[in-house]
Design a protein around this ligand. Structure first.
Ligand code: B4P
Length: 187
């Protein structure tokens, strides 16, 4: 049973690696970014609430995000473990996740931290922009998302570091190389 987070700046490879880890460990990968994007595409009320924040590269308000994660973690498929991708992203979300897990009688086993330098992150996201055309993958929004990460999310790693659950993996190199490092770090 594995309950884990994957954390790192935009472009570090969280979404890419989350899919692989999920298949390998047989646990659901839950990406808050993907859930928001699916809701935007489906024009749901949640999507309408989130869209302007995502387009600007800002965090969606905690009230919206926390409720969404609480509902998702209550679903039956998470009983044997899960991989959260993109959450928590600030101190208030850490508190909320602690409360959700305490309510379920669960604890996190591991927090996987993916690293990469800023130039590489910007290049990857600009590369994705050409392929996928995500509204938040323009250069100015990418730089803003990186600033938001430094201002709000980097401290989340420190919290889990103090709890002794962080395993850091170098996100540079090919997708396969990074996957290999992750599997070694998790074994
Ligand atoms: P996310 O969807 O989490 O977007 P992201 O940080 O860019 O990560 P993503 O997983 O997509 O990219 P990855 O690094 O895998 O968030 C988007 C927005 O949603 C946020 O800005 C915010 O507005 C909102 N949001 C989400 N969660 C929230 C929360 N908890 N609270 C509030 N708001 C929230 O990959 C990037 C690119 O790199 C890809 O093109 C990939 O192919 C490439 N890549 C990956 N690994 C590579 C490698 N080894 N080599 C070369 N390229 C690689």
């Amino acid at each position: 049973m594995t309950r884990m987070l994957i954390i790192g700046p935009p472009g570090a490879g969280k979404g890419t690696q989350a899919v692989r880890i999920s298949e390998r460990l047989g646990i659901p990968a839950i990406s808050t970014g993907d859930i928001f994007r699916a809701n935007i595409k489906g024009r749901t009320p949640l999507g309408q609430e989130a869209k302007s924040y995502i387009d600007a590269g800002d965090l969606v308000p905690d009230s919206v995000t926390n409720r969404m994660v609480r509902d998702r973690l209550a679903e039956a498929d998470t009983a044997d473990g899960f991989l959260l991708d993109g959450y928590p992203r600030n101190a208030a979300q850490v508190e909320e996740l602690d409360a959700i897990l305490a309510g379920l009688g669960q604890e996190l086993d591991v927090v996987l931290k993916l690293t990469a330098d800023r130039d590489e992150l910007v290049q990857r996201l600009l590369g994705r922009a050409q392929k996928e055309g995500r509204t938040d993958d323009t250069e100015s929004v990418i730089r803003h998302r990186l600033d938001v990460y430094d201002a709000e999310t980097a401290a989340v790693v420190d919290v889990y570091d103090r709890r002794g659950v962080v395993r850091e993996v170098d996100g540079l190199g090919t997708v396969d190389e990074v996957s290999q490092r992750i599997m070694t770090a998790l074994s």
